[in-house]
Design a protein around this ligand. Structure first.
Ligand SMILES: *Cc1c(COP(=O)(O)O)cnc(C)c1O
Length: 372
């Protein structure tokens, strides 16, 4: 009899939202503002888009199975060798492949609660044990707790810096102290999906790529966030040659599409767009902080393009009311934050509309005596 394995039956199925067009029809509203998925509000990298258009005539050809130009461009940009780079269908593919390579029944992975939702999924799919460490004061990654949780069955530690969904980050100095204590025979997967935003905020964050020969470290980055190419599904990982070679055994031969490869090359060189995205994010952040303070709302200072806000009101109620006013945010009850929402920092126009609608929602809920 064919049947789903027990470990896969236990996987929490990711429930994607409805297409925005459907939602607009259903609710009878137009121009919904989506602040739910940490996407770049400025749109895709224009150079990336141009490169895709230029290559469309070659769509009947398979992509280069080794992503030669993309790896070479990345290698120069990151100051490593092409052999140090894995490219994949989003950085999520790298996370999945790492789990399939180094996790199995009988070993375990260490990661934090209140962190990226993909870590528990890939660990579960690989059939390994989960060692989930507590966050520090709810919002911060507890580096020491990660070290303490490692035992002789641990093969992989997943750690996001900055972290999603809290937006918090640890400094380069803290990272270096952690690394000194990190065992030599465990793989550290350092997820730097928001690295460029932390740099844009002037934060002294580690560049994980500088440490790939010091210990066993795999750094993941993505084109989904600041490069504005989430719809393409393109990400990469950087590590020692041996680790990358292991990953290449597992991936599909043509895992990265032609449009993704050409757009990736062009987007890396789109320095103006990256700079502009950082500036818009910093301006939006300052505006939103000020407005939250006026509203008396607690928020977690962020090093990313999103903010976790504690409204003191039930997150599902806030979410529902905002959606009816044309704003999609992320409800955080699933992460153990029953009164928090997470919002992406938008364009200034989007931020202003969001604050208007949020103000209305808070007044309406408080009038009804719900929460605060
Ligand atoms: C958004 C995000 C990613 C990106 O995943 P992709 O598969 O590259 O789109 C990775 N890690 C974290 C923590 C994220 O928030």
């Amino acid at each position: 009899m064919f049947e789903l394995s027990k470990q896969i039956k236990k996987v929490h199925v990711y429930e994607p939202g409805k297409p925005i067009e459907e939602l607009e029809k259903e609710l009878g509203i137009k121009n919904i503002i989506k602040l739910a998925s940490n996407e770049n509000p400025l749109g895709p990298s224009p150079k990336g888009v141009q490169a895709i258009i230029g290559d469309l005539k070659n769509l009947h050809r398979y992509p280069d199975g080794n992503s030669y130009y993309l790896k070479n461009t990345l290698a120069k940009h990151l100051n490593v060798k092409p052999e140090n780079i894995f490219v994949g269908l989003g950085s999520n593919e790298a996370l999945d492949i790492i789990a399939r390579a180094y996790l199995r029944p009988g070993v375990n992975a260490v990661y934090s609660e209140k962190s990226f939702a993909v870590y528990p999924i890939v660990v579960q799919l690989a059939g390994a044990e989960h060692k989930v460490v507590k966050a520090k004061d709810d919002y911060y990654m507890d580096l020491k707790a990660h070290l303490d949780a490692i035992d002789d069955k641990t093969t992989v530690v997943f750690l996001a810096n900055p972290n999603n969904p809290t937006g918090t980050a640890f400094s380069k100095k803290e990272f270096e102290e952690f690394l000194k204590e990190f065992p030599d025979d465990v793989l550290l997967v350092l997820d730097e999906a928001y690295y460029e935003y932390a740099i844009g905020a002037g934060f002294d964050i580690e560049n994980g790529i500088e440490y790939i020969y010091d210990k066993n470290i795999l750094v993941t980055r993505t084109f989904s966030k600041i490069y504005g190419l989430a719809g393409l599904r393109l990400g990469y990982a950087v590590a020692k040659e041996e680790i990358i070679a292991d990953m290449n055994r597992i991936r599909q031969p043509f895992n990265v599409t032609r449009p993704a490869q050409v757009a990736g090359v062009a987007a890396i060189e789109d320095k103006m767009f990256i700079k502009q995205s950082q500036v818009v994010n910093e301006e939006g952040k300052k505006y939103l902080y000020k407005e939250f303070e006026k509203l008396g709302l607690e928020y977690v200072p962020t090093y990313t393009n999103f903010i976790l806000i504690d409204t003191g009101l039930p997150t599902r109620k806030v979410f529902e009311k905002l959606i009816h006013k044309g704003i999609i945010v992320r409800a955080m009850d699933g992460y153990g934050f029953p009164t928090c929402i997470r919002i992406t920092i938008g364009t200034m126009k989007e931020n202003i509309t969001f604050i208007d609608k949020l103000t209305e929602v808070i007044e309406e809920l408080r009038e009804k005596g719900i929460g605060g």
